[in-house]
Design a protein around this ligand. Structure first.
Ligand SMILES: Nc1ncnc2c1ncn2[C@@H]1O[C@H](COP(=O)(O)OP(=O)(O)O)[C@@H](O)[C@H]1O
Ligand SMILES: [Mg+2]
Length: 417
C-alpha cells in the first residue's frame, strides 16, 4: 500500500469500472450450509490469530441453535472463550455446552495433543509395547513438541469423532500454525518423518538385529552413526531406535489412519471455510490455501473476512470529513473539539475501510469464484455465548441486513461492474 493510496482513499473516487469485470461469486450462505443435514464436517482454516477458533465456535453455536447435534473441536481457545464453553481443563472428550433454548445440541472439546497421540499408540499395540513406547523419552518429546504433531493429532481426533457417529455436524478449528497449509500437510509430514531416511538410517542397526546387523554396516556408516551419536547423544539414539522398532508393527496403522482421515476431507459433506483478516499476510495465506484446496479438489465454502472496519456511513468521504474537521476547529465554539474529533475518527475509518476494500478486491480479482463474507470487528474480544451469537449472526445473517445496508459479502459498497 503506497502512501499516496492511503492519503487519497479509493472510497472517495468514483468507482472505477474494471477493464474486464471479474464475475462476483454469489454470497456465501453459511446459514444454509450449517443447516443442511448433508453437511457433516466444517473445517475452519487460516493463519494464526485471524479468528479461526472464534469462527468455529460461533458457527457451532449457530448450528446447534438451528437444530443440529454439533461438536466443535477447538485447538487453542482463548481462556475466557474456553471458560464460557465450559472447557476448564483439557480432557480430550467433548462436553455438552448448556445453550438455553437451542433446538439442537452443542458439544465442545479442546484438543489434548499428547493424550490423543497416547490413545493412538494404545489402540494400535499390545499393552506391553504401548507401555514401552509411552515411556520412551523420544516418544515423549515427539508427542508433545514435534512440529506438525498438533496438526496431525487434530486430524486424528477428527477421524475419531467422525467414526463415533455421535454428531451430525463436526466443526474443526485448526492449530495456530503460521501457515494454514500445515494442517493439510501434517499426515504426510508425520509419516515421512517416521519413515524417512534419517530415522531409518539412525535405527538401521537396531532393525537388522543388534550385533548381527552391525556386521553388514560399512565402515563409512559406522563412522556416520558415531558422529550422529556424538551430536545427539548415545542415549537419545538408543531411545529413537527402540521407539522406531516398537513402532514398526503399528506403522501400517498410523499411515492408514492418516490416509483415511485425509480422504474424509475429500468426501461430500466436508467443507472448508478459510478465515482471514483484511491484512496482506493473512490474505496471502488465504490465497495459498484456496489454491491448494482447489488443486486437491477439496470443497471450499468461501472466505470469512474477519475483523473488518466498515464506517458508520460511506456518504461522507475521508477528504470531506478532514476538511469539515478543520472548518469546525477554526470556527470554534461549544462542542467544536468533540465534533472535529468525531469527524477525524470517521476520516480514519474511511481510509482504513478503503484499504480493506482494496485488499478484498485484490483477493477477489485473483479468486473471483470464492465467496467472501465479512465480519466486522467488535469493540471487545469475543469470549461468551452472547458474543458468539452476535458473530454467528454476522456469519449467517441475510446478506444485506446490516445497519448501513452494506452487503456483508464485501467490505464497503461493493464495486460491482
Ligand atoms: N470479529 C471480531 N471482532 C473482535 N475480536 C475478534 C473477532 N474475531 C475474533 N476476535 C478476537 O481475536 C482474537 C483471536 O481470535 P481467535 O479465534 O483465537 O484466532 P485464531 O484461532 O485464528 O488464532 C480473540 O481474542 C478473539 O476474541
Ligand atoms: Mg485458534
Amino acid at each position: 500500500m503506497s502512501a499516496e493510496e492511503v492519503a487519497e482513499p479509493r472510497a472517495t473516487r468514483a468507482p472505477a469500472r474494471p477493464a474486464r469485470p471479474a464475475p462476483l461469486a454469489a454470497p456465501m450462505d453459511l446459514a444454509a450450509l450449517i443447516a443442511d443435514p448433508d453437511t457433516r464436517i466444517l473445517v475452519c482454516c487460516g493463519s494464526g490469530g485471524v479468528g479461526k477458533t472464534t469462527t468455529s465456535a460461533a458457527l457451532a453455536l449457530a448450528a446447534a441453535e438451528a437444530g443440529r447435534t454439533v461438536v466443535v473441536l477447538t485447538i487453542d481457545p482463548a481462556r475466557r472463550l474456553a471458560q464460557s464453553l465450559g472447557l476448564v481443563e483439557l480432557d480430550n472428550e467433548p462436553r455438552q455446552v448448556d445453550v438455553p433454548g437451542a433446538k439442537g445440541e452443542l458439544h465442545a472439546m479442546m484438543l489434548d495433543m499428547k493424550r490423543t497421540f497416547d490413545d493412538v499408540v494404545v489402540a494400535h499395540s499390545t499393552p506391553e509395547r504401548a507401555e514401552a513406547i509411552l515411556a520412551n523419552p523420544f516418544y515423549q518429546s515427539l508427542s508433545s513438541s514435534f512440529s506438525g504433531t498438533q496438526e496431525y493429532m487434530a486430524m486424528e481426533k477428527l477421524g475419531q469423532l467422525r467414526a463415533s457417529e455421535q454428531w451430525d455436524l463436526i466443526i474443526v478449528d485448526t492449530p495456530p500454525s503460521r501457515s494454514a497449509l500445515d494442517f493439510l500437510d501434517a499426515p504426510n509430514r508425520m509419516s515421512r518423518f517416521l519413515d524417512g531416511p534419517m530415522i531409518r538410517l539412525l535405527t538401521a542397526p537396531a532393525r537388522v538385529g543388534g550385533r548381527a546387523g552391525l556386521r553388514f554396516a560399512s565402515a563409512g556408516f559406522m563412522f556416520f552413526t558415531k558422529i550422529i551419536s556424538k551430536i545427539l547423544g548415545g542415549q537419545l539414539l538408543r531411545d529413537i531406535s527402540a521407539f522406531v522398532a516398537a513402532l514398526d508393527t503399528m506403522f501400517g496403522g498410523f499411515r492408514e489412519r492418516a490416509t483415511a482421515t485425509y480422504e474424509l476431507l475429500h468426501r461430500p459433506g466436508t467443507w472448508f471455510v478459510v478465515v482471514a483478516t483484511p491484512e496482506p499476510d493473512a490474505l496471502r495465506e488465504a490465497s495459498y490455501f484456496v489454491e491448494r484446496l482447489s488443486s486437491e479438489g477439496m470443497p471450499l465454502a468461501g472466505l470469512v473476512l474477519n475483523r473488518t472496519h466498515p464506517p458508520a456511513t460511506s456518504a461522507l468521504s475521508a477528504t470531506r470529513a478532514e476538511g469539515a474537521a478543520e472548518e469546525v476547529t477554526e470556527a470554534g465554539g461549544a462542542g467544536a473539539e468533540l465534533a472535529a474529533a468525531a469527524l477525524r475518527v470517521h476520516a480514519e475509518r474511511m481510509v482504513q475501510a478503503a484499504r480493506e476494500q482494496h485488499l478484498a478486491d485484490r483477493f477477489t480479482s485473483a479468486h473471483p469464484e470464492v465467496c467472501v463474507r465479512t465480519v466486522p470487528a467488535t469493540s471487545g474480544d469475543v469470549h461468551d455465548l452472547e458474543g458468539l451469537r452476535a458473530m454467528g449472526a454476522e456469519l449467517t445473517g441475510p446478506d444485506a441486513d446490516t445497519p448501513t445496508g452494506t452487503p456483508r459479502t464485501r467490505v464497503l459498497p461493493a464495486r460491482r461492474p
